[in-house]
Design a protein. Structure first.
Lengths: 115, 118
């Protein structure tokens, strides 16, 4: 069975400061891991994904995440927050090389960005 | 040009009624999904169809019946609505990887249909 735990339900930062959203995973297999973002009243959009290639993954809008097998973590970071980053972020795990996407979502972290 | 579109965006109805939500994707994907997002933002898969064939059917009451007339459409019909059905329902699509390759893992989501049952 696979699961992800997002350690913070809310994270508040000031504009221009670094962002860290934490995610730990549990998987019987080498997992595929993703971060999705959901802006208010919108659908989810893929930020980045890890699928057993490079452990440091770069995504859209300046976000990146590092896969650390020893820590079973896949934390999302950004050097400098922008007001438009305020949204809900979901860490997601799936079993790799499965033909059909059965993604397991974390409970989400709301990122609040203040001026 | 909206890639995954759902209608209606908002739906308010009484307990016991039957309602449908429609979804269409113009991405040429062969797999479509319905996800339910509850009031705490938790997302859980309900159904998945690949080329009109049901491939994932999670533990969902049989009051929920998906229907895929073709691979670009996946509709969700709900009978005898209950208060607990109030949620945001998201349609999504993806391209399954060709045989021997890993799928991309990216789902393309619609903007959601907010169902409120009174």
């Amino acid at each position: 069975a696979q699961s992800v735990t997002q350690l913070d339900s809310h994270v508040s930062v000031s504009e221009g400061t670094p962002v860290l959203l934490r995610c730990n995973y549990s998987s019987s297999y080498s997992p595929s891991l993703f971060w999705y973002v959901q802006h208010p009243n919108k659908g989810l959009q893929l930020l980045l994904k890890y699928t057993s290639a490079a452990t440091l993954v770069k995504g859209i809008n300046g976000f990146e995440a590092e896969f650390k097998k020893s820590e079973t973590s896949f934390h999302l970071t950004k050097p400098s927050a922008h007001m438009s980053d305020a949204a809900e972020y979901f860490c997601v795990v799936s079993r790799p090389n499965t033909g059909f996407q059965k993604l397991v979502f974390g409970t989400g972290t709301r990122l609040l960005v203040s001026p | 040009d909206t890639a995954v579109s759902q209608t209606p965006k908002y739906l308010v109805t009484q307990m016991g009624n039957d309602k449908s939500i429609k979804c269409e994707q113009n991405l040429g994907h062969d797999t479509m999904y319905w996800y339910k997002q509850d009031s705490k933002k938790f997302l859980k898969i309900m159904f998945s169809y690949n080329n009109k064939e049901l491939i994932i059917n999670e533990t969902v009451p049989n009051r929920f019946s998906p229907k895929s007339p073709d691979k670009a459409h996946l509709n969700l019909h709900i009978n005898s609505l209950e208060l607990g059905d109030s949620a945001v329902y998201f349609c999504a699509s993806s391209q399954v990887g060709r045989a021997g390759t890993a799928p991309t893992g990216e789902l393309f989501f619609g903007e959601g249909s907010r169902l409120t049952v009174l």
